[in-house]
Design a protein around this ligand. Structure first.
Ligand SMILES: Nc1ncnc2c1ncn2[C@@H]1O[C@H](COP(=O)(O)OP(=O)(O)OP(=O)(O)O)[C@@H](O)[C@H]1O
Ligand SMILES: [Mg+2]
Length: 255
């Protein structure tokens, strides 16, 4: 069985793409066959990993695969990164949301339909766009298992509550169960001030201790690895203590 995990948070700049790269890298370092999927029309994951050509390429792309379900296989659209495979975003995806809704045919189930046939990977990890809308809903319904990156501040608490409400709505409308696998408090600079400390405690208490909360600190090594188009587990990436955190996350989500 291919496990599918969404990395989701409608708030911008909270570490979705950074965590997608490094969780994918950690899973690959465990010996798993990993596919990362870029569902953000802005294509940051695709660019970060060095595939700007794929982002600008002619059809078919992920846009066509979601627009015309059943006509494209994931394997034909994938590019090979040194650590894992990538299903790149494409510039055409800026009109995807509008086109899905206009078509009226199960617009929120397209990614699930597409990935149900993609069984050649152990884990598929999906970077979601910063919005609560049909693309985000596609990620939720295709995975039903979610990692939520947040920042250690008050606005991220509000954002998490909005997200949980959206997940409830999707559960009600689609008769499904959505699990939060963990919260990743991202880009945290120490020492913590009171607001950060309170926020981290709030995240821990929000789920009554049932959902793990990891803290990924702000690290130049994480930024530099991404500039080199790899995760912190990439062959030439410099050593960082955050590898241990990502390895823990990988062990939790793919035991
Ligand atoms: N642990 C970290 N250490 C250093 N820099 C980080 C860390 N986490 C995130 N960043 C930086 O923070 C910025 C935002 O991160 P990222 O792009 O991953 O967020 P995002 O949620 O995907 O954003 P968007 O909502 O635009 O898609 C990036 O410049 C990234 O390099
Ligand atoms: Mg992003």
């Amino acid at each position: 069985m291919t496990r599918r995990i969404g990395i989701l948070q409608q708030k911008g700049g909270v570490g979705k793409t950074t965590n997608t790269i490094n969780v994918a890298g950690a899973l690959a370092a465990r010996g798993l066959d990993v596919l990362a999927v870029d569902m953000d029309p802005q294509g940051y994951l695709t660019h970060r990993l060095g595939f700007e050509d794929a982002y600008a390429s002619d059809p078919p792309s992920l846009y066509d695969a979601l627009d015309s379900p059943g006509e494209h296989a994931v394997a034909d659209l994938v590019v090979q990164h040194e650590e894992f495979d990538l299903l790149p975003a494409n510039i055409d995806m800026f009109r995807l949301e509008q086109d899905l809704i206009a078509s009226g045919m199960r617009p929120r189930m397209r990614l699930k339909q597409l990935l149900d046939d993609a069984t050649e990977w152990d884990v598929i990890i999906i970077d979601a766009p910063p919005s609560l809308g049909p693309l985000n809903d596609n990620v939720v319904l295709a995975t039903e298992e979610i990692l939520v990156p947040v920042e250690a501040d008050e606005s991220s608490q509000l954002a998490l509550n909005h997200l949980l409400r959206q997940l409830d709505t999707l559960e009600d409308n689609y008769g499904t169960r959505i699990s939060i696998l963990g919260v990743i408090v991202s880009n945290v600079a120490y020492p913590l001030d009171n607001e950060q400390q309170d926020a981290i405690e709030w995240f821990e208490e929000r789920f009554e201790g049932r959902v793990p909360v990891w803290v990924v600190r702000s690290r130049a090594a994480i930024k530099r690895a991404m500039q080199d188009e790899v995760s912190v587990f990439g062959e030439d990436a410099e050593d960082t203590d955050m590898r241990d955190v990502y390895a823990e996350i990988a062990a939790e989500v793919a035991p």
